[in-house]
Design a protein around this ligand. Structure first.
Ligand code: SAH
Ligand code: SF4
Ligand code: F3S
Length: 473
């Protein structure tokens, strides 16, 4: 069964669609690399690190896998269907490998880390298995594979942050970029595979983060998204112990690089997001008034079983603080899981009522998918029938779509600052960009271009997109 994952915002289609190394950078004689990424933004960001490491190692990139000497899949293990997608894709590559036995196929990322040597046993076409902390070793792993040996490195590090590596921007619009600020996760939510696939939480050196953001600005970028599984627990201490930086202070430092550089961040954890962070967001015009705050469930009983370490009241208190400090127009989005072990109709109604209370701008909703080895898989029975999960998922999606439309309707008549990311998909007479709340806004091009900030008066909307007219042009 395929989950109805979504939703109202197209950007996260990236969760679904593989992204490839589009830049054609073929230098004669160099071995050619094709890389495809699945899963979350952290994985897309890691593929940019991998490409950088391999370019240093003498590889060029290709957008066409049929021309590649090396095919790498950067994989996700978050739900069963994420893994199924990778297996299907590997089957597609199987025929190519039959024609060209020298082709090297590698799997990177979370599924590689989860399955380890099993991957080599189960999928005969795989030559290399490399976990998220082993990418510096890829040139060695590749040369072993090129000599005809299978190669694996799934060592998880407590220190690796790839701080010194300048990512090679893949699929870039030249305007917005992701910057990884931490790796791993120490939270142990009972349903989640990430602590096992990405290891312990560690924060990247603040100076390397600032430098990367400054370099992006110097190269014409206008927006950075600071990435981590739980950005609010960012904590960096200098080697001499004298300098300590928390997430609010990091946000401030990045915001101060330039008022022209927009700052976003993802993901916030409800137990860790502080009022200090909210006041920092308020203080700087260039920090976007938008918070992705996954709830996972509206039922305190289920949240306890999920080991989320907050309850419904705590979550609502955080939402109230966001509204009090940042106002009604601050964008808020959610992740929800339906059909977690033992979830009753009453628990499900609590999730619906939480969604109704918060009035999220959009959300990403999933059916619970049991992941082997997680605390939930060990302690609880995945007892909610697929049909019930599907029905509950459809209900949360329907409600969210209705609220997304209501929230977007609020924007009609407002003049919003939009950062242009490029032409609209349908026509080069229109541009598309994002407002503060991370919503897609489409408007007539007139004199504007990619990378411009444009004040746009919103005139109409759907549940996913706003449309408008540029002011004063
Ligand atoms: N660090 C983020 C989440 C990262 S995973 C956080 O804590 O919020 C992205 C989303 O996938 C999660 O928020 C959750 O909604 C969903 N997810 C994770 N494990 C899942 C599972 N086993 N089944 C279904 N959805 C899951
Ligand atoms: Fe997974 Fe929880 Fe960590 Fe998010 S905070 S990555 S859901 S363990
Ligand atoms: Fe998937 Fe790993 Fe991200 S499991 S969601 S790619 S951290």
């Amino acid at each position: 069964m395929r989950d109805l994952e979504i939703l109202t915002e197209t950007d996260k289609e990236s969760l679904e669609l593989p992204r490839t190394s589009l830049e054609e950078n073929n230098v004669t004689g160099k071995r050619k690399l094709y890389i495809e990424s699945y899963g979350c933004q952290m994985n897309f960001s890691d593929s940019e690190i991998v490409t950088s490491i391999l370019q240093e190692g003498g590889y060029s990139t290709t957008a066409n896998f049929e021309n590649a000497d090396v095919i790498l899949l950067n994989t996700c293990a978050i739900r069963e269907n994420a893994e199924q997608k990778v297996r299907n894709r590997l089957n597609n590559f199987g025929y190519l490998k039959k024609k060209r036995p020298d082709l090297v196929v590698g799997v990177l990322g979370c599924m590689a880390e989860r399955l380890k040597t099993k991957f080599l046993e189960e999928e005969k076409i795989v030559d290399i298995v490399a976990g998220p902390d082993s990418y510096r070793d890829l040139p060695n792993l590749l040369s072993e594979a090129e000599d005809g040996h299978k190669a694996i490195n799934v060592f998880l590090s407590k220190e690796e942050t790839y701080a010194d590596i300048s990512p090679v921007r893949l699929n870039s619009n030249g305007v917005t970029a992701f910057v990884s600020i931490m790796r791993g996760c120490d939270n142990m939510c009972s349903f989640c595979v990430v602590p096992y696939t990405r290891g312990r939480e560690r924060s990247r050196d603040v100076y390397s983060i600032i430098k990367e953001c400054q370099d992006l600005l110097d190269n014409g970028y206008k927006e950075v998204t600071l990435l981590g599984q739980n950005v609010d627990s960012y904590k960096w201490t200098s080697e001499d112990g004298l300098e300590k930086v928390n997430f609010a202070q990091l946000l401030e430092r990045v915001a101060l690089i330039s008022p022209d550089l927009r700052v976003r961040f993802s993901t916030s954890h409800p137990k860790d997001i502080t009022d200090e962070v909210l006041y920092t967001i308020k203080k700087y015009e260039n920090i976007c008034k938008y918070i992705h705050l996954p709830a996972q469930s509206g039922s305190s009983r289920i949240l306890k079983m999920m080991n989320r370490t907050y309850d419904r009241e705590w979550y609502i208190n955080r939402i109230d603080s966001i509204r009090n400090i940042l106002g009604e127009d601050c964008g808020i989005s959610q992740d929800m899981i339906v059909g977690f072990c033992t979830e009753t109709e009453e628990d499900h109604q609590q999730t619906l009522s939480l969604i109704e209370y918060v009035k999220y701008d959009y959300g990403y909703m999933f059916s619970y998918s049991e992941r082997p080895g997680t605390p939930a898989a060990k302690k609880y029975v995945d007892d909610i029938p697929a049909k019930v999960k599907q029905k509950r998922l459809a209900e949360v999606i329907d409600l969210q779509l209705k609220l997304s439309l209501e929230r977007n309707n609020r924007a009609i008549g407002q003049v919003q600052k939009v950062l242009v990311e490029g032409f609209s998909k349908r026509s080069e007479d229109f541009l598309q960009g994002r407002n503060d709340q991370n919503k897609k806004v489409i408007f007539p091009k007139e004199v504007h271009k990619k990378g411009d900030y444009v004040m746009v008066k919103i005139t109409s909307c759907s549940s996913a997109t706003l449309k408008g007219e540029p002011e004063n042009s």
